[in-house]
Structure formats: structure tokens, C-alpha cells
Design a protein around this ligand. Structure first.
Ligand SMILES: NC(=O)c1ccc[n+]([C@@H]2O[C@H](COP(=O)([O-])OP(=O)(O)OC[C@H]3O[C@@H](n4cnc5c(N)ncnc54)[C@H](OP(=O)(O)O)[C@@H]3O)[C@@H](O)[C@H]2O)c1
Length: 303
């Protein structure tokens, strides 16, 4: 057994990628609150305007050697890799950013970690890696790049002894979500009374609050701490409820005592729409703590 990250030390050092994004931003704030020294690894052009001010900003120029230098200088106990390029239905213009952000950057990061002796990584996957299947079956090219990164990560676990835990997420939601995803669009339509064009709405959705991603990462780091070097595993995180999109809208209407104007069926289901989210093995020792009613009510009350 090798201690890869000591969570009992409030002086622990965590390097977070994607800290200007939704999940990474919540993680940076949560771990800074808990007394960790947080490093935020940003690309050259990223805006740090919404980043927690306690985070140390490390900007990388895109080269592998620069990343090595930054990881060596910050010397984290563990890395949380939340950077991604997401696209639901890709076009030709998305191929390069998907590969650059979801494969190249992550591989450079793992290489820097291995060379600098950083031995613990929490990574994120997506339930879309399992389109109607417990086996790997990507719903989208984005999901395929997430799987490809896990396959590359297996090399760094096997050959370099980096311990890696991948948390596969469903749709996430919560405050300070600037991604313009489903929940934000529904709440905006509700507030503005503007009609929102949606699919027929029979697809089932699982929603995980971003605070529960934070609690999942804490459990994952703890698990890595007790794991043998080179551990490589993936688990699901899942919100407490899975419901259809129509049921979700009805729920928001009930909680917010106001209609959400939706034009059902104004848009087709997308190609390979996930109608039934994958329910893989949950991260041991973790369960979601934020009920859907509580998470939605807080967003309705504080838009
Ligand atoms: N949220 C969900 O519903 C969901 C569902 C399934 C899986 N996941 C996974 O959860 C993780 C977090 O997702 P999220 O929703 O928080 O993402 P997000 O809000 O879209 O944020 C993406 C972050 O990645 C950064 N980034 C992108 N390309 C980069 C690169 N080449 N180098 C460095 N940074 C780069 C962005 O920085 P810039 O400021 O430079 O743009 C941004 O901070 C990802 O691994 C995602 O695949 C999320």
C-alpha cells in the first residue's frame, strides 16, 4: 500500500484542470474551503474571472514540456482532471477540439504527472460511454474520446504506477452553471415566459447535483489514498432520481408554482438520443446527498 494523497492534511495540494468550468469551478471552491492549496491549470486564453480567487493560476502554453514544468513547480499530491470539450452532436469543426482537449491535453497531463512523481488522478467520464449497454458503446464522438482517454490512462497506471479513478457522470446541474444546458434553459423559459422547443420528451434523465460531484471526488481521493500504486478503476456517480424529461418539467412547474412553456415535439430526438441512462456500479462508500426537489427548489428561488 502506498499513500498517494494525504487527505488528513489540510495543507494538501490539489491541481485541478477545467477549474474555469462548471464542475471544476465547484471543486476548486470546495477544496479551497476545506483548506487545500488549489492550483488551477488553465490554457493560455482562459478567462479566470469566475475562478475562485484562492486558486493559484498555472497557465500552460499547450506544449508537453511546459506542462511538465508547471506540474513539477506546483508539486500536487493529486490531480483532478475536469477539463473537457463537450459537444452533443459533432460537426467537422469539433473533431480537432475534441481530440485536443479530451485526449492530447489529458495525455500530456498524465505524462507530466508520471515524470514528476504525482501518483493520483481523479478523472471524469460520462454515462454516454454506455449507450443502451453495460459494455462500452459510445453514444457520441465526445463519449468515444472519453473512453479513449481512459484507455491511454491505463498505460500510465500499468507502466508508471499512477493510480487513476474515473467517475462517470450523468447530467449535472446546480448554481453558477454557465453552460446553457437543459435545466438552465428550462428555468430561463419559466422566468421569461418564452416558449422552449423540445423533443417529445419521453427520454429518461438522471440529474446529479454538482455538490454531489464534490462529495464523490472526496470519496475518490480517499479511495486512491488507500489503493495500491497503478490502480485503475471507474465507477458511476448518480443522482437520486431518474425521470422523463416531461416529468422533470412537471416537477419544476410544481416546485416553482408557475408553468414552464414547452413546445413538446417541436424538435426531433437527436440521433442516438439516450432514452434510458446507464446505471453502472456506483462509487463504493458514496451516495448522492442532494434530492432533486431540494436542488431544483434552490435554483428556482435563487436563479
Ligand atoms: N457536467 C455534466 O453534465 C457532465 C456529464 C458527463 C461528464 N462530464 C465530465 O465532467 C467533467 C467536467 O465537465 P463540465 O461540464 O464542468 O465542463 P465545462 O463546464 O464545459 O468546462 C470545461 C473546462 O475544460 C477546460 N478546457 C477545455 N479544453 C481545455 C484544454 N485543451 N486545456 C485546458 N483546459 C481545457 C475549459 O477551460 P476554458 O475556460 O479554457 O474553456 C473549462 O474550464 C468533464 O470531464 C466532462 O466530460 C460532465
Amino acid at each position: 500500500m502506498e499513500d498517494v494523497v494525504d487527505l488528513s492534511r489540510s495543507s494538501g495540494r490539489l491541481l485541478i484542470t477545467g477549474a474555469t468550468g462548471f464542475v471544476g469551478g465547484r471543486l476548486a471552491r470546495g477544496f479551497a474551503d476545506a483548506g487545500f492549496s488549489v492550483g488551477a491549470l488553465l490554457r493560455a486564453g482562459s478567462s479566470a474571472d469566475c475562478l475562485d480567487p484562492r486558486a493559484t493560476i498555472l497557465r500552460h502554453d499547450g506544449s508537453t514540456s511546459d506542462l511538465h514544468g508547471l506540474v513539477r513547480a506546483f508539486a500536487p499530491d493529486a490531480v483532478i482532471h475536469a477539463a473537457t470539450h463537450f459537444v452533443g452532436v459533432h460537426g467537422p469543426e469539433h473533431v480537432a477540439p475534441l481530440i485536443e482537449s479530451n485526449l492530447l491535453f489529458g495525455t500530456q497531463l498524465l505524462d507530466a504527472m508520471a515524470r514528476c512523481g504525482v501518483r493520483a488522478l481523479v478523472n471524469f467520464g460520462t454515462i454516454w460511454q454506455h449507450f443502451e449497454s453495460d459494455d462500452y458503446k459510445p453514444a457520441t464522438l465526445y463519449a468515444a474520446t472519453k473512453q479513449a482517454f481512459e484507455d491511454i490512462a491505463a498505460y500510465y497506471a500499468e507502466a508508471e504506477g499512477v493510480s487513476i479513478l474515473t467517475l462517470k457522470l450523468p447530467d449535472t446541474y446546480g448554481p453558477e452553471d454557465r453552460r446553457g444546458k437543459l435545466i438552465s434553459a428550462l428555468l430561463q423559459a419559466r422566468t421569461e415566459g418564452r416558449q422552449l422547443a423540445l423533443s417529445p420528451g419521453e427520454q429518461r434523465i438522471n440529474l446529479l447535483h454538482v455538490d454531489d460531484v464534490l462529495s464523490g471526488v472526496r470519496v475518490a481521493l480517499d479511495r486512491l489514498r488507500g489503493a495500491p500504486a497503478g490502480t485503475h478503476a471507474s465507477f458511476a456517480l448518480r443522482g437520486p432520481e431518474t425521470l422523463t424529461l416531461r416529468e422533470l418539467v412537471t416537477r419544476i412547474e410544481r416546485l416553482g408554482a408557475r408553468p414552464v412553456p414547452v413546445l413538446w415535439g417541436a424538435r426531433p430526438y437527436r440521433a442516438r438520443e439516450v432514452m434510458r441512462p446507464w446505471e453502472g456500479p456506483l462509487l463504493p462508500g458514496w451516495s448522492a446527498g442532494v434530492s432533486l426537489d431540494r436542488g431544483l427548489s434552490e435554483l428556482i428561488e435563487t436563479p
